[in-house]
Design a protein around this ligand. Structure first.
Ligand SMILES: [Zn+2]
Ligand SMILES: [Zn+2]
Length: 258
C-alpha cells in the first residue's frame, strides 16, 4: 500500500506571495484554503519507507505538518531553489540524527546542487537517478523535460512491479516534445504542474503549463486521474473551474492511496 500526500502545491514563490494583496493571497493569509507551500509530495510506502519528492524552502514546515523528523529517501526533480532550498535543513537534520540522507537525482542535477552547496555531501549521499531504480516494489525512472525559459527539469515515472499501476510526477514542464510525452501515455495517475489557469504572457517567457493546456494534453495522454500542483496565486481553490471529471486541483495535505 502506498499513500501520496501533497505537502506543497505552490509555485516557486508560494501562496501568499509576500508583496501581494490580491484576493487569493489575502484569503490564503486569512483563512488558508489557498495557502500553498512549495511543491513536494510525500510517498509513504510499506516496502520503501518514507520517500519525498523535492525539498524546497518549506521543507521544514512540511515535515512538521507530517509529524516527521526526517525522511528515508529524497528524489529531486531539478536544482531550482523552490525544489532544493530545504536540503541545507535536511543535511542538518541528518547530522544531528546521526544518519546519512539518501537522495536520488539525475547526475546533472546532483552536479548543480553540489556546485552551490558542496558541504551537503557530508550528510547526504547523492546517487545518480539517470537509470531506473527500485524503491520497494516500484520501478522508478526519470526523464528530462522542457521547462521553458527556465531550461530543463526532470519528471519521474513509477510503475508497480506487481500491480502494474503507473503514475508520473511532472511538476515543472512546458512545451514537451513528442518524445518527452511518451512516458505520459496511459497512466493511472498523472501529477502535473500548472502555475496559472490561463497564463497570458508570451509563450517564450513561460516555464510551466497552464490549466487550459493541461485539459487538452490530458485528452491526448489519457490518464485515468490527473492532479494539478505547482499552482501560483492565479488559481483560487474556492472557485468552480468546471474541470473535466478525473481532473482535480491538489490542496495542501491532500492524500491519495495508490
Ligand atoms: Zn518549481
Ligand atoms: Zn523549476
Amino acid at each position: 500500500m502506498t499513500r501520496l500526500t501533497f505537502r506543497g502545491t505552490g509555485d516557486s514563490m508560494s501562496v501568499p506571495r509576500i508583496y501581494c494583496d490580491c484576493g487569493v493571497c489575502t484569503e490564503a493569509r486569512d483563512t488558508g484554503v489557498n495557502r500553498r507551500l512549495r511543491s513536494s509530495v510525500q510517498i509513504e510506502d510499506q516496502d520503501a519507507g518514507m520517500i519525498w519528492i523535492d525539498c524546497g524552502t518549506d521543507f521544514a514546515k512540511q515535515l512538521e505538518a507530517a509529524s516527521l523528523r526526517t525522511v528515508d529517501t529524497l528524489l529531486i526533480t531539478h536544482a531550482h531553489f523552490d525544489h532544493i532550498g530545504g536540503l541545507v535543513e535536511w543535511a542538518d537534520a541528518c547530522r544531528w540524527l546521526n544518519t546519512k540522507g539518501q537522495a536520488f537525482a539525475p547526475s546533472e542535477v546532483i552536479q548543480a546542487i553540489l556546485d552551490r552547496f558542496p558541504w551537503l555531501s557530508h550528510h547526504i549521499h547523492f546517487q545518480s537517478f539517470d537509470q531506473p531504480i527500485t524503491l520497494g516494489k516500484w520501478l522508478a525512472s526519470s526523464w528530462r523535460v522542457n521547462h521553458g525559459k527556465n531550461g530543463y527539469a526532470y519528471a519521474f515515472r513509477f510503475e508497480h512491479i506487481e500491480t502494474g499501476y503507473k503514475w508520473v510526477y511532472c511538476s515543472d514542464s512546458i512545451n514537451l516534445t513528442e518524445q518527452q510525452q511518451q512516458p505520459l501515455a496511459n497512466l493511472d495517475l498523472l501529477v502535473l504542474g500548472t502555475s496559472f489557469y490561463h497564463e497570458p504572457f508570451p509563450y517564450e517567457t513561460r516555464s510551466v503549463y497552464d490549466v487550459l493546456e493541461a485539459i487538452e494534453l490530458v485528452k491526448k495522454w489519457g490518464p485515468k486521474q490527473t492532479i494539478l500542483t505547482h499552482m501560483s496565486h492565479d488559481i483560487d481553490l474556492r472557485k468552480d473551474y468546471k474541470l473535466p471529471e478525473q481532473l482535480a486541483f491538489a490542496y495542501t495535505g491532500m492524500s491519495v492511496s495508490i
